[in-house]
Design a protein. Sequence first.
Lengths: 261, 174
Amino acid sequence: MYPFEITSPLTIAAAVEALENEEAQPLAGGQTLIPTLKARLAMPEVLVSLTGIKELQSIAVRDGQLCVGAGVTHANLAKQTAQYPALAALAADIGDPAVRNRGTIGGSLANNDPAACYPAAALASGATIVTNARTIAADDYFVGMFETALDEGEIITEVRFPLPQAAHYAKFAQPASRFALVGVFVARFADGVRVAVTGASEEGVFRWTDAEGALSQAFSAQALDGLTVPAEDMMDDIHGTPDYRAHLVAVLTKRAVVAAG
Amino acid sequence: MPHIEGSSVTEETMTQISMVVNGTAMTGDVADQTLLVDFLRDDLRLTGTHVGCDTSQCGACLVHVNGLAVKSCTMFAREAQDAEVATIEGQAMADGQLNAIQQAFQTHHGLQCGFCTPGMIMATAALLQDNPKPTEDQIRNYLEGNFCRCTGYHNIVRAVFAASGQDVSLIAAE
């Protein structure tokens, strides 16, 4: 790694101030950023560690939404099975136990890896991404692969998940990395169904609106018969061809619907 | 915040850190980019914690920080300030006898070259803390982030099963 300085603010305000330095970068759990630094793919002069900020650690239900502090680890969110079981199950299946003890929801959403799990949950739930400056609807937040609506120096403070009537995340884990080769999060609300797909597209997480329309009419696997996503938009790498990923999207969406019940 | 000259950092920022390692208070001066595993191995000379892949995949560097399993190659030493850290060196009993997990690994041949073993033992200790009687599936799932290139895992799973006080004959030979 290139040498850098770490600063450890105790409040969101102090972190935002430290991030005004344009050579500074936020450090959450570090489970992606530290390997990135080791590979010399990033060269910040200052890392602003967010782990000491207590304001980012809370989990609470407010106004019918599960409000998760950006610094909550996957392991801690996995324990909140009563409030949002599908989200807890997703968190419990990220990476491995040691990664889950450090990695955070805010870090995952800020990084927006095209194969990460949380983006699917946030988009399918119609979550709100709260930052130090504003609130951003999930539909406006995910811009593309590793790209988000966050501005320079802006940090996520909280993620607010509306609680669905039923939901499930079906993931086909890439066997080595445990990232989603394809993952589909289906969430059924009183006013309709939302379906978000991760791992599959060159553009990162996306909503499968055809499936949403069909499932909002009839919430069953049969409602999806004949529906496919176009393979030309899918990622192509050593782990799977575009056709294979497109096929998995349909299969996993059906599985998620069946499991959501 | 200290002022940094120029567009790239050329001088390392040194910070004094303190943590309790295996029950003993430890202090050291580290560059900010020092990883926890390097502080343990190079500064404290606790070389039982291994660096296998250095990319947070293999789990050979797994230690406990405030009771939680973490990969010490993917955490900065500074982030463990004031923490309770447990490593393989603190696992044996006071009289030097192997603890129940270590003994089970020996009895059930849960190691061959031994490189992954410190991480396996620490992962197992974390698992049994949360789940004292894990099923075979739960053991395999929990050890997902710990690689062993010798044993094929079956004897490791047996060792963990035995360490939890369960009847190893219930695990099918494969």
